[in-house]
Each structure stands twice: as structure tokens, then as C-alpha cells.
Design a protein around this ligand. Structure first.
Ligand SMILES: N[C@@H](CCC(=O)N[C@@H](CS)C(=O)NCC(=O)O)C(=O)O
Length: 299
């Protein structure tokens, strides 16, 4: 089972179900990550490192958007984009600690605190909001041209709205213990429709905002490369017939995947997969170098 596995245990999926007037959780499990209420569940403050930017995250597609952007900024010479990336293990319920909830009341990674503003802690949550915050703060990866900037915003918000469909596809196709045809068909249909939208746009455009690589590409890359290259959910590339149906998405995803900053960004806050690709916490640019050296010594 994967580390993000989901279960419908206790529910007979074959039994017909008539929703009651008022929903009640029939077998309440106080240990479950999923609860119908919000708020902190434990008292614990967040760690703080040496840089102005403190990121609290995990290397899921939503988390990778931010680490890729920060690594791209550093690669392009913006030294003040240096950051500490702390691991939030969502399976261990770190997102429900009082410190995390204080930054993101929605208890989802990624969350960012900017301590560069005198006397203030700027708390930023929602991956799209974090990308826009950083792009505006450092005036980078957001086109200056009005038409291209509008395109970048369109595709950034399209990502925020469409990503949950891919997440639901991944849940039912890959993570759920019991495979059910209805939700798999429903979310595969929508995932394929979204891929077709992207493929048609990328047939005529090098990047999402035309010829300029921007936060729109950075937001969409982890999600859409994840499904067409089969990186997020094993077998999804074949299941979605990606090579034949979405060649322009694959061309775009492969081009972006070769960027050194993207390779680094994908490693940050990662605790699964090949050990050479994992960097659970990042506090300094040299952490990647140390990691590569460790990997070559252990061979
Ligand atoms: N709309 C949010 C979604 C973030 C999100 O769904 N994060 C997931 C991991 S990818 C999470 O933290 N899940 C923990 C939980 O549901 O308890 C964003 O774009 O930042």
C-alpha cells in the first residue's frame, strides 16, 4: 500500500444507500486523518530556521509547485529566495498541530511564512497563492507583458480548480483499497478531458503563457507530468493512453523535467521513492550536494 492509501473499510460498497436527512458519521474513528471538522488537534509549535522564508510542506504535487519555484528563483540568481523547507508528514497528522493550523487554518500543505517584513510574520497558504506571492515579491516567473501575464493567471487558476479532479482520480484509481468502477470512470473522464484541454493549448504554445516559462507551468507541471509520465500513480500513463492522446503534454512535461531547478525542487520534502531522490528537509543549497555525495558513497 502507498503512504497516502485510503480506505472505505467498515462500509459495504455493494449495499444500496439512501442518504438520511442529516448526515452522521456512522463509525466515528477519532484516529482517522479525515474528520468532518477543522482546527488544531494537538499543541505543537513549528520549527524556525535561519532564512526569511520558512516552508512547511511535503513533496506531493501541491508541495512541489513551491519548491520548484523557489529552486528556479535561486537558479536565476535571486539569493533572497533562500528558504528552509520543513517536513510536514500528513500521515502523522503534522498538519493538525496548533503551529501549522495557525499558518494554514485549512490544515493542508504547502504553507509558507515570510519573516522578511520587519515586525511581521506573513502567513501564506494555498499553493496558487504562495506561487503568486513569491512571483510578485521577487518579480520573477510572471510575464510582464499584459497579454502573457493574463494567460499565465488563467492557467494558474485553471490548475487550482482542476488539480482536485486529478487528486480524486489518483485516490480511486491508485490509493483506494477497493477499486470501484463509478468513481474511477467519473474522475478518469474528467482527467482525460483536462489533459485534452492542455494538449490542445500546448500544440500551439511552447509553454502555458506562450514562449515564457512561468508560474503557470510550475503549478501545472507536478500534477500533469505526474499522470502522463506515470510518476504520481503507477500505470496511469498507460491507463490514460497518454503517449497517443497527449503528445504535446508529454513534450512539455519532458522539457520541464530536465531543468536542474525542477529536479532539485522535486526532491525537497520527499520521503519516499529512490533514496537518492529524497531530501526530507532542506536548509541550504549545499544540502543537494551532500545528498549526491552520500548516494555515491553508499554505492
Ligand atoms: N488547494 C490546496 C490543496 C492542498 C492539499 O490538498 N494538500 C494535501 C496534500 S497534496 C494535504 O495537505 N492533505 C492533508 C490532509 O488532507 O489532511 C493547495 O493547492 O494548496
Amino acid at each position: 500500500m502507498s503512504q497516502f492509501g485510503g480506505s472505505t473499510s467498515g462500509t459495504n460498497l455493494n449495499e444500496p444507500y439512501t442518504p438520511p436527512k442529516v448526515w452522521k458519521w456512522e463509525n466515528p474513528d477519532p484516529e482517522s486523518i479525515n474528520q468532518p471538522t477543522a482546527g488544531a488537534r494537538t499543541e505543537k509549535s513549528l520549527p524556525v530556521g535561519k532564512h526569511s522564508l520558512q516552508l512547511y510542506s511535503l513533496a506531493t504535487p501541491n508541495g512541489q509547485k513551491v519548491t520548484i519555484l523557489l529552486e528556479e528563483m535561486l537558479e536565476s540568481g535571486i539569493a533572497s529566495a533562500e528558504y528552509d523547507a520543513w517536513l510536514i508528514n500528513i500521515m502523522k497528522k503534522d498538519q493538525f498541530t496548533s503551529g501549522f493550523v495557525d499558518v494554514n487554518p485549512n490544515s493542508k500543505i504547502p504553507a509558507l511564512v515570510d519573516r522578511s517584513v520587519e515586525g511581521k510574520e506573513v502567513k501564506v497558504f494555498e499553493s496558487g497563492s504562495i506561487l503568486l506571492y513569491l512571483a510578485e515579491k521577487f518579480d520573477a516567473f510572471l510575464p510582464k507583458d499584459f497579454m502573457k501575464r493574463t494567460q499565465a493567471m488563467n492557467w494558474l487558476f485553471w490548475n487550482v480548480g482542476s488539480a482536485p479532479y486529478l487528486g480524486n482520480f489518483g485516490h480511486f484509481y491508485h490509493y483506494a483499497h477497493e477499486k470501484q468502477r463509478y468513481p474511477i470512470d467519473r474522475f478518469t473522464m474528467e482527467t482525460k478531458r483536462l489533459l485534452d484541454v492542455l494538449n490542445r493549448h500546448l500544440e500551439k504554445n511552447e509553454y502555458l503563457a506562450g514562449d515564457e516559462y512561468s508560474i503557470a507551468d510550475i503549478a501545472n507541471y507536478p500534477w500533469y507530468s505526474g499522470v502522463v509520465l506515470g510518476k504520481s500513480y503507477a500505470g496511469s500513463d498507460t491507463f490514460l493512453n497518454a503517449k497517443e492522446d497527449y503528445p504535446h503534454v508529454i513534450r512539455w512535461a519532458e522539457t520541464i523535467s530536465k531543468r536542474p531547478a525542477v529536479k532539485r525542487g522535486e526532491m525537497v520534502n520527499k520521503t519516499w521513492g529512490s533514496p537518492s531522490e529524497q531530501l526530507p528537509e532542506r536548509h541550504d543549497a549545499t544540502d543537494f550536494q551532500k545528498k549526491t555525495e552520500e548516494a555515491s558513497q553508499s554505492q
